[in-house]
Design a protein around this ligand. Structure first.
Ligand code: SF4
Ligand code: SF4
Ligand code: SF4
Length: 157
């Protein structure tokens, strides 16, 4: 069992939430939601208002912040941005990315928010780890991105 080894600041997460205490999530308040986010017990997409227009940047930032925790805890995938050259191989070969955005199989940059990987400013980022085939409940033993990463930036434990 891989331990959660990523520390997230609940206050930083809270500041990216709608802060309306709308009660649409399970913990009912934004502060409680932020605390659970920091523990990995909920995901940004569990907050319905965050999925509405106007919160795209907050949602993207929150997904980015929790991604290292997801990678460590749920899939074993780590992406070392220091080693990444932005070649885009991971986007091209990931079956989820190709299904979500077929032009990526031809080397076209992913433009939607539906892929697992997205190359931004010359570095690949994991934007939707929940869609990875290793993620629960599927937990398939896919390692394609690791195998095709030319710099060993992607490591799967
Ligand atoms: S659903 Fe989102 S906005 Fe509503 S209380 Fe929960 S965290 Fe706050
Ligand atoms: S393990 Fe497979 S499904 Fe998951 S990100 Fe890598 S290539 Fe995509
Ligand atoms: S395959 Fe590796 S080096 Fe290329 S963009 Fe993906 S993570 Fe970066």
């Amino acid at each position: 069992m891989v331990k959660k080894n990523v520390k997230l600041n609940p206050m930083e997460l809270y500041n990216l939430l709608p802060k309306t205490n709308c009660r649409l999530c399970e913990p009912k308040t934004c502060m409680a939601f932020a605390t659970k986010l920091a523990l990995g017990d909920v995901q940004p997409d569990d907050c319905p208002p965050l999925l509405e227009s106007g919160f795209e940047e907050n949602l993207a930032k929150l997904r980015e912040l929790v991604a290292p925790m997801l990678t460590a805890e749920e899939t074993g995938i780590k992406l070392d941005e220091e080693k990444c050259t932005g070649c885009g191989n991971c986007v091209v070969v990931c079956p989820v990315d190709v299904a979500a955005e077929p032009p990526t199989s031809l080397g076209k940059a992913a433009m939607t928010e539906e892929t697992v990987f997205r190359v931004e400013n010359g570095i690949s980022k994991i934007i939707n780890l929940q869609k990875c085939r290793r993620f629960p409940p599927d937990r398939l033993n896919c390692r394609v991105c690791e195998q095709y990463c030319c710099t060993d930036a992607i490591e799967i434990w």
